[in-house]
Design a protein around this ligand. Structure first.
Ligand SMILES: O=C(O)C(=O)C[C@H](O)[C@H](O)COP(=O)(O)O
Length: 219
């Protein structure tokens, strides 16, 4: 069964769910069955990336038709996208990187947001601006678990959702770190399964991903 969502959403994206599926939707018609499969597998917080023309409509469809899901927008890189995705029903925002202009727009959106970082200086700059919760992207390429573990000593205030190159084998290692609250990834949505609309397989992979996090130490 799906994980029950809290009655009111947490203020932080990091506290929505331990595993956040990152979705690329080519056909908005797939959005609802795909989201239902993820929810049924126990992954209710869903990040729809703005990489495809169908993304905005996909967010609208999921927000309107899958109330058990918490749909958010990923790949948000400018203020217009912040406005458009929140209007479409996005309930959280994720960016691969950040600027002050983008941060301002995300702060003004009224929904929780997760700016992306990949270096120590970016982490310090966000802490300086009062932001303590971040996406670590691209996680594996930017140093992976070892990098995040090294940050926990000098910068324990920062909490992360590492994303990028993470799979079922590495996710539990990330989740065991004290400064990691959740992980993001697309491994439960193999391209061939989505192309074949094999929602049963997506649900099964989602269920495995949801179970991975059960052993994590931070939730
Ligand atoms: O488009 C974006 O801004 C993103 O959100 C990047 C994604 O987080 C990663 O591409 C997901 O990483 P994989 O699990 O390796 O597929």
């Amino acid at each position: 069964m799906a994980s029950p969502l809290p009655a009111s959403l947490p203020a932080s994206v990091l506290d929505l769910a331990p595993v956040v599926p990152v979705v690329v939707i080519e056909d908005a018609g797939d959005a609802v069955p795909l989201a239902r499969a993820l929810v049924a597998g126990g992954l209710p917080a869903i990040e729809v990336t703005l990489r495809t023309p169908a993304a905005l409509e996909a967010i609208r469809e999921i927000a309107g038709q899958v109330p058990e899901a918490v749909v958010g927008a990923g790949t948000v890189i400018n203020a217009a996208q912040v406005a458009d995705t929140v209007a479409a029903g996005a309930r959280f925002l994720v960016s691969p990187g950040w600027t002050d202009v983008l941060l301002e727009a995300m702060r003004g959106s009224g929904v929780p947001f997760l700016p992306g970082v990949s270096t120590t200086s970016e982490v310090v700059a966000l802490l300086e601006r009062g932001v303590r919760e971040m996406k670590f992207f691209p996680a594996e390429a930017a140093g992976g678990r070892a990098y995040l573990k090294s940050l926990a000593g000098p910068l324990p205030q920062a909490r992360f959702c590492p994303t990028g190159g993470i799979g079922p084998a590495s996710a539990p290692d990330y989740l065991a770190l004290p400064n990691v609250a959740c992980v993001g990834g697309s491994w439960m949505l193999p391209q061939d399964a989505v192309a074949a609309r094999d929602w049963g397989r997506v649900e099964a992979l989602a269920r495995e991903a949801a179970a991975l996090s059960a052993g994590g130490t931070c939730r």
